[in-house]
Design a protein around this ligand. Structure first.
Ligand code: G1P
Length: 292
């Protein structure tokens, strides 16, 4: 059975971007002129996903409004003959997206579990909003093509610096064939110096529905939260869960510096912004020493 459904968890509080996220979901922070979550939704659609469910929480209504029509806005754009903007505004509204609220902030594992009824008995994708991957072939599509071959759960991984492993889910790789690994252990946020490798889970997963059995009674894990990685570790004991070292540049937009880098890189791909931005950056480099 091929993968048609995806879960995008968006219930996190976004404390790292306070005060910007006091009254606005972090998923709506714009990269150039598009909310972060739209990049994620586009990756899902471009990979062949047909049904998306976003797991929301308190204060996340702006996400639903974004993926909907705004008649006043559209009317005004028509009157002003701003047809290109109209097109771009309507693009996000034409998608059929489902929503479910995570009733309490108990962690990623619990957010995914909240969407179990929507998924039913099929394999599904998970895309985390803090990870944006830039590559010609979308990261999720790379996983989906692997899934077609192996019909088993498969998770995106990438090498990170040893000093960073405690911030991620880490795999203990067993056998590898090309970029694909069999995994002997999945461990969420190992304490510094204990990570079994530097291959970190990046926010793209394809999972079989059996994972919900383990999420049903998953106990609290790292950081006092119900962790998806812990349920995956149990799933891997009953059916194989592979890891896949994907191709592409990954940005952690949950981190301020990476968020700024993403904004610059995305702006540089835009014809209208590239030249003036490069000129500006050149100026910054020239005056670097005089900047405080
Ligand atoms: C989550 C996962 C973790 C993964 C990370 C990737 O952690 O729990 O396994 O490595 O996303 O971004 P979070 O960043 O939400 O703490």
């Amino acid at each position: 059975m091929s993968v048609k459904k995806a879960i995008i968890p968006a219930a996190g509080l976004g404390t790292r971007f306070l005060p910007a996220t006091k009254a606005m979901p972090k998923e709506m922070l714009p990269i150039v002129d598009k909310p972060t979550i739209e990049y994620i939704v586009e990756e899902a659609i471009d990979s062949g996903i047909e049904d998306i469910i976003i797991v929301t929480g308190k204060g996340k209504r702006a996400i639903e409004d974004h993926f909907d029509h705004s008649f006043e806005l559209e009317e005004s754009l028509i009157r002003k003959e701003k047809f290109e903007l109209l097109e771009r505004t309507r693009k996000s509204a034409n998608l059929d997206i489902h929503y479910i609220r995570q009733k309490s902030p108990k962690g990623l594992g619990h957010a995914i579990w909240s969407a179990r009824k929507f998924i039913g008995n099929e394999p599904f994708a998970v895309l985390l909003g803090d990870d944006i991957v830039q590559n010609e072939k979308p990261c999720l599509k790379q996983l989906m093509d692997e899934y077609e071959e192996i019909n088993s759960s498969i998770i995106a991984v990438q090498q990170v610096a040893e000093s960073e492993t405690h911030r991620y889910g880490i795999i203990d790789p067993a056998v590898s064939s090309g970029s694909r690994y069999e995994v002997s252990r999945f461990v969420e946020k190992p304490p510094k110096g204990t990570a079994p490798s530097n291959l970190a889970i990046i926010g793209r997963y394809i999972l079989t529905p059996e994972v919900f059995r383990f999420l049903d009674d998953q106990e609290i894990g790292a950081g006092g939260e119900i962790q998806l990685t812990d349920a995956i570790e149990k799933l891997n004991k009953t059916q194989k869960v592979y890891a896949y070292e994907f191709e592409g540049k990954r940005y952690d937009v949950g981190e301020k510096l990476d968020f700024i880098k993403t904004t610059i890189d995305m702006a540089l791909t835009r014809e209208d912004l590239r030249k003036p931005l490069l000129d500006y950056l050149e100026g910054v480099m020239t005056n670097k020493s005089s900047l405080k």
